[in-house]
Design a protein around this ligand. Sequence first.
Ligand SMILES: [Zn+2]
Length: 256
Amino acid sequence: MKLINKYKSPNYNSRKFHKIKFIIIHYTALANCNEAITHLCKADNKVSCHYLISQNGQIYSLVDEKKRAWHAGFSYWDSITDINSCSIGIEIDYSNNKNNRKFTNKIINSLKNLLYYLKKKYKIDEKNILGHSDIAPYRKIDPGKNFPWKNLHLSKLVFMPKNINKKVSSNIINWFKSHGFKSKKTISIFILMYIGYDILPIFYNKNLYKNLILSYQSHFNQKNISGKLDIHTFNKLVEHFLSLLLTKMKKNLLKH
Ligand SMILES: [Zn+2]
């Protein structure tokens, strides 16, 4: 894997804890790679990332992996709030409405190589490779609804819920209902929390539930991006919950 070390960003500090657990994927929302390099390397902007991938698949190393690059901002996953201290941030030269509005094969191939290298080096769990919108669902939408999560999953790099037998799903739903979960919405909020999402803000502002569902859909259910808890999204969430439970059980069994 070839890295370009020509440009460096001053926007970093020391990690507060040193174990790297997450990889966070972003897009720049800028017109091209040169603009992105300028933006990410300018001290006044106070933003950066470890790696930037250009439209033609070149990988720029902007911040040393040992350092805490400033890419995640105010964020949350599974009770962790200082994501910058325990993650590697990857920016992709991509914007929804400019000439760079494609996740080209060159980008995807380079990203796969980079993910493979980082996963192996830091023993990162596939469930901890996330989008910026997963860890900041009320502020951010990158890497967006066109980002090829499924393609990365087929290369065994990221987690996707397994399809689960309908009967098993309906048993789980009945279990929730008999344990005080009155509606599908309540079940969905519980599952989203279980997955790792920050659910607290929706108790202060009900309108934010839509953002949370949109974030979930743009990562795990891209065929159905509505911001609504439709039946497909609900079923996907139940499958997701079960997949996580089964993975946990399997891990525990293997430990003994
Ligand atoms: Zn971002």
